[in-house]
Design a protein around this ligand. Structure first.
Ligand SMILES: Cc1cc2nc3c(=O)[nH]c(=O)nc-3n(C[C@H](O)[C@H](O)[C@H](O)COP(=O)(O)OP(=O)(O)OC[C@H]3O[C@@H](n4cnc5c(N)ncnc54)[C@H](O)[C@@H]3O)c2cc1C
Length: 386
């Protein structure tokens, strides 16, 4: 895989501006009604089935999917606008997030028709939630080392093994899991893995919490002990998941969630600066905003490529690599720049609290969804450097 990296500029069409007004009105109504308080990213108690159903009712889930599966057939750019508006205020979108962003598109592309008809409309209504079962104790960056198995049996497929770091497994309806169906072939070590749809209430599944540094229970260990799923829960072609999982990662890596998870630190810094401006602080904020704008333009460009039917794997990796490094560094930069000021007025978390929380979540940002080193490897390969 060699090629050039290109980020063509994208101008948002009028429909996207109209969509922005709609989503802003919705957000304002929900904040005014006390549904949620604006705050730090999807990590902070941002799991709300109630809010997800409201998003579904507004048409903000499955936005690009065909109408025959309940979708709204909007463009990726309209979806982009909705995503960035919801994330910029820290709306509680975490319940439906994975299903909307990546599991739904995988089902749409590769799943059996009966499954598509049964599940996609529920996702669109904000009623059906997914988790991703890729990582295993000895298989994280190197997904092709996965050892959990699915073997054919009389009733379909019998699954055994263990997944780890599975975000939201304890509150998801389904997992899309990467499982070994055959040994790797001699000429292709990526061969032999398949994707499966697994209902999380199937007998034989146990989910054990893993607590993160903030003390929250977001991810888990999931053990499969003779779990049987029907034949048509194999997603796509047996043994060929490496192709499918690659396209899934392009969706996962390129969105505004890859640089907005600590954005509230910047908002609080701007509030502090308003009370106590100075040249160093103003210049520092200007620099951060310029970087953010560049990241946003790159991410928007990827949305434009998805809209054009392309699969911008390298550009997506670049957005995630630059975006997560930026959001990871933001708490430290803000701490260096912050004047000794008073907390912002109002009942939002103040600068110190926001900074403390962002500092605790920062380390994970360059690990989840592919580590820094792995992304740099993908980019280097795309440039023909390795
Ligand atoms: C908050 C969070 C949520 C997550 N949610 C999920 C989820 O929902 N589902 C899921 O399946 N997984 C999830 N993960 C797991 C995540 O995908 C893995 O942690 C990640 O892929 C890294 O794998 P690993 O932890 O096994 O580390 P390893 O792969 O063991 O890597 C350890 C270190 O070695 C480096 N390294 C590894 N290989 C190479 C190489 N070839 N070249 C250079 N350096 C290398 C890595 O960059 C890293 O620094 C989540 C992780 C986090 C932090």
């Amino acid at each position: 895989m060699t090629g050039t990296i290109s980020f063509d500029p994208v101008s948002l069409p009028p429909q996207a501006d109209a969509m922005r007004s709609r989503v802003r009105d919705f957000i304002k109504r929900e904040i005014d009604a006390g549904t949620f308080e604006p705050g730090l990213g999807p990590g902070l108690n941002r799991h709300s089935p109630e809010f997800s159903r409201k998003c579904g009712a507004q048409g903000f889930i499955g936005m690009t999917w065909p109408k025959e599966y309940g979708g709204h057939q909007h463009s990726f750019l309209e979806r982009y606008v909705v995503t960035e508006e919801l994330l910029a205020v820290g709306a509680p979108v975490w319940a439906h997030w994975v299903a909307d962003r990546q599991s739904g598109p995988v089902l749409l592309r590769y799943a059996d028709e009966e499954i598509r008809r049964a599940i996609l409309p529920k996702i669109v209504r904000g009623e059906c939630y997914f988790c991703i079962g890729m990582s295993e104790p000895d298989s994280g960056s190197d997904l092709f080392a996965a050892r959990s198995t699915a073997q054919r049996c009389d009733d379909g497929w019998r699954i055994n093994g263990r997944k780890i770091w599975t975000s939201n497994a304890h509150r998801s309806d389904y997992m899309i899991a990467l499982l070994r169906t055959s040994p790797a072939s001699e000429d292709n070590r990526r061969h032999g893995l398949s994707q499966f749809l697994i209902h999380m209430q199937t007998p034989g599944i146990s989910v054990t919490p893993i607590y993160n540094m903030t003390g929250n229970h977001d991810f888990n260990e999931v053990v499969f002990d003779d779990v049987v799923v029907p034949e048509n829960h194999l997603i796509g072609e047996a043994d060929m998941a490496w192709k499918q999982a690659t396209s899934e990662l392009a969706y996962e890596r390129s969105g505004p969630e890859r640089f907005l998870e600590t954005i509230y630190v910047l908002y609080e810094l701007v509030d502090l600066a308003a009370a106590n401006p100075g040249e160093r602080l103003t210049e520092g904020i200007g620099r951060l905003v310029a970087q953010l704008t560049t990241l946003r333009n790159m991410s928007l460009s990827v949305a434009g490529m998805l809209e054009a039917g392309e699969l911008p794997e390298i550009e997506s990796a670049l957005v995630k690599e630059l975006g997560t490094n930026w959001e990871q560094a933001l708490p430290g930069r803000a701490r260096d720049l912050a004047p000794a000021g008073q907390p912002a007025p109002g009942n939002r978390m103040n600068f110190d609290q926001t900074l403390a929380y962002a500092t605790l979540i920062a380390p994970k940002l360059t690990i989840q969804g592919g580590t820094r080193e792995i992304l740099r490897g993908i980019i280097a390969r795309g440039l023909g450097l390795r």
